[in-house]
Ligand binder design. Structure first.
Ligand code: CP3
Length: 350
């Protein structure tokens, strides 16, 4: 099977010769050419140039036998387009106009927001045209709750205390903020689909901080709305929720075709709960910092789980979170090689 065919077969749930593989954050700081591009251009300059986004999105495909590409962009394009003022410092993202009051929400600028996000679908179209159908292609966006977390706190926090407190003290404001964001996210995803992506992945990176009850009550309505609209258009959606083992049933209830598991979620437990859902994951990104023997052993163990529980159907090999900047190229090569050599049943425990 060719890469895109294999990727689409997994997404559709049909038979595959082996599970397809791609890696979250596969284009990024662990790669030499990415670093060279970033020396010459700011992060937003990179995101706004289709020539550069295609160049960095292709680099991992040239180095590794991956089956899918992901549009080069960021989840924070949405708060940026709403006028919140998003910059990237050495420590990570920083948001200038934080969401704390009704007045802050009223200041969000929805006029011509689609136009301000055009660069994302231009990046998707350019990559699509360059790939010519050789690889699967994912578009993506942030889930409303995770975008809310950044809008309220402005940077990555361990607990997102202020944002989560607002769910209790100003639930109506929080809900409306997520609702407003969901329309922008939906249109951004539809624009990427129009530009030719095969699948949309929604990143709810901070979902795992919430209890199931709070998640269902506060975060799920806006997320489910996006999933339902996209899937009724015929676009398969995958959801990533970091630390989301306790949220599997809530995520399932969105009706999303796929769930991208984090590294702490036991594969067999997730598969038992979700027998015919597309499951993606979930090697610990830390594994790639260890030696090649460990990478090979852990990858084979994941393949064993996939083979034993669903004969590789409805499976995509990935990491349980984004690849770390200190990852050696040789580890990624070892992981991909192990998957490529697996073949149907090669590592099955009999
Ligand atoms: O290959 C790819 O997947 C690249 C596309 C991509 C980026 N960000 C590029 C990026 C994707 C899918 C994302 C998603 C993203 N962005 C998430 C969800 C996934 C996750 O990791 O949980 C989140 C939470 C963000 C927000 C964000 N963007 C943070 C917290 C940071 C800084 C810290 C970090 O991980 O680098 C970014 C910056 C960013 N986005 C970089 C890249 C390659 C690094 C920027 C640089 O060059 O300095």
């Amino acid at each position: 099977m060719k890469s895109r065919e294999r990727f689409l077969a997994a997404v559709e749930g049909s038979e595959v010769d082996r599970p397809p593989i791609w890696l979250m954050r596969q284009a990024g700081r662990y790669l030499p050419d990415y670093q060279a591009v970033r020396k010459a251009h700011s992060f937003w300059e990179l995101c706004e140039s289709p020539a550069l986004t295609t160049r960095v999105a292709l680099e991992p495909l040239q180095l590794f036998a991956l089956d899918a590409a992901i549009v080069f962009s960021d989840i924070l394009v949405v708060p940026r387009a709403l006028g919140l003022g998003v910059t990237f410092e050495a420590a990570g993202p920083s948001v200038k106009h934080l969401l704390r009051t009704e007045a802050d929400l009223s200041a969000w600028d929805f006029s011509k927001v689609e136009q301000r996000l055009l660069y994302v679908s231009e990046a998707a179209a350019d990559l699509r045209n360059t790939l010519q159908g050789s690889h699967g292609l994912l578009g993506f966006a942030g889930a409303p709750f995770t975008l809310f977390c950044y809008a309220v706190e402005g940077s990555s926090e361990a607990e997102f205390e202020v944002a989560r407190t607002m769910l209790l003290t100003q639930p109506d404001l929080a809900r409306r903020a997520m609702e407003k964001m969901s329309d922008v996210v939906l249109n951004l995803c539809r624009a990427q689909v129009k530009a030719g992506v095969d699948v949309i992945q929604l990143f709810d990176t901070w979902a795992g901080l919430l209890s199931e009850t709070t998640y269902r009550h506060m975060a799920l309505p806006a997320l489910s709305y996006i999933v339902k609209q996209l899937q009724s258009d015929g676009t398969p959606v995958m959801l990533y929720a970091r630390g989301g083992l306790h949220l599997l049933s809530a995520l399932k209830d969105t009706g999303a075709r796929g769930i991208s598991l984090d590294w702490r979620t036991p594969w067999r437990e997730a598969r038992a709960q979700l027998p015919s859902q597309l499951l993606q994951g979930q090697l610990d990104p830390l594994t790639l910092l260890a030696n090649e023997a460990s990478v090979q052993r852990e990858t084979k163990a994941l393949l064993d789980d996939m083979r034993a529980t669903s004969d590789y159907r409805h499976c995509i090999v990935n990491l349980g979170h984004g690849i770390l900047p200190s990852t050696p190229i040789s580890s990624v090569q070892a992981m991909v090689k192990t998957v490529v050599e697996s073949g149907r049943g090669a590592y099955a425990k009999r």
